[in-house]
Design a protein around this ligand. Sequence first.
Ligand code: GCO
Ligand code: MG
Length: 402
Amino acid sequence: MKITDVEVLVTSPGRNFVTIRIRTDEGVYGLGDATLNGRELAVASYLRDHVAPCLIGRNPFQIEDIWQYLYRGAYWRRGPVTMTAIGAVDMALWDIKGKALNVPVYELLGGACRNGVMVYGHANGQSVGEAVEAVGRYIDMGYKAVRVQAGVPGLKATYGVGRGDLFYEPAGEGLPSEDVWSTEKYLATVPELFARVREEYGRDVHLLHDAHHRLTPIEAGRLGRELEPYSLFWLEDAVPAEQQEAFRIVRQHTTTPLAVGEIFNTIHDATVLLRENLIDYLRMTVVHGGGITHLRTAAAYAAVHQVRTGCHGATDLSPVTMAAALHFDLSIPNFGIQEYMRHTPETDEVFPHAYTFSDGYLHPGDAPGLGVDYRDDLAERYPYKRAYLPVSRLEDGTMFNW
Ligand code: GCO
Ligand code: MG
């Protein structure tokens, strides 16, 4: 089998997505997600201009060799653009192999280790009261785990508080909007939020929270300690993710489990964290972490240190990534949880998929390959629209972390 064509497809059914479609001389094709929120066209160009020409004529079954060729062969290693591009190619190759051999990808990865993949949904509200009510709606839908975020009094917009119930989408059309942030105001709200949620729904449901890289190590340690009575499943991105050593301080001050890694691109971003047991969950994803091939390396390294996975699964990761993540999650021994932010109906129509949700669990389905398709006829109706994530400033105007 030989690769004959590599297409890079850009569509915006509710938000921008970049997809790679690799075709072969035997008619089988594979799909990969190449979406990097707010920097989509950089990855599209990397693939179209630099990667696609090198793939033509190669044997798509040589997944590992092609991964090494793209990673080592670029000389310029790592980084979100490069690793997203490699991740997209890798996903498409696993898809091709599964389809050609007529098996779902999880069978190629060693087979199912569990019946389904526990996911967490996103409950949020402008106020603590609204957020508490939203948690109830997720529990009613069958979710076993819920992330909870609430607006902060005195701040106009807060990370994690969305425009809709199921489709939280922070990116906005046009140039970046600017949010205002106050750590003091935020820290004053969060413990009350979780006290109220536990009071209302008891201790059966898993609760998660995302601090989105905004705290100093000592602030994070304090928040973690204040949240201990509410037994969180995890506190995510407590401090900026690139500061691996900062987690030593957080860890000294709290037993609240810690998760990080949605912005990591390779295992080299997490070696200190894993070696020193500074985290409990690694959130690297298939799309931004170099594909299924590299995520297997990362998960194996994590398993050695009793760290479990909790792959990123926001709406800016397309259904192709969601499917790839589910095949991966089903097959590894140290799976923890999978994030599941539902896509809009327009997105789901452009990417028909075999995965299904039932009683708090997702299953990738048994279609050959990844089990996702791409409807060109629908995708063409939604041209690319420039869109960015917001940026954040402190109340005095100082640039901060969004
Ligand atoms: C999460 C993430 C997202 C990111 C988004 C950026 O935990 O799901 O933090 O909300 O902000 O994916 O593109
Ligand atoms: Mg996050």
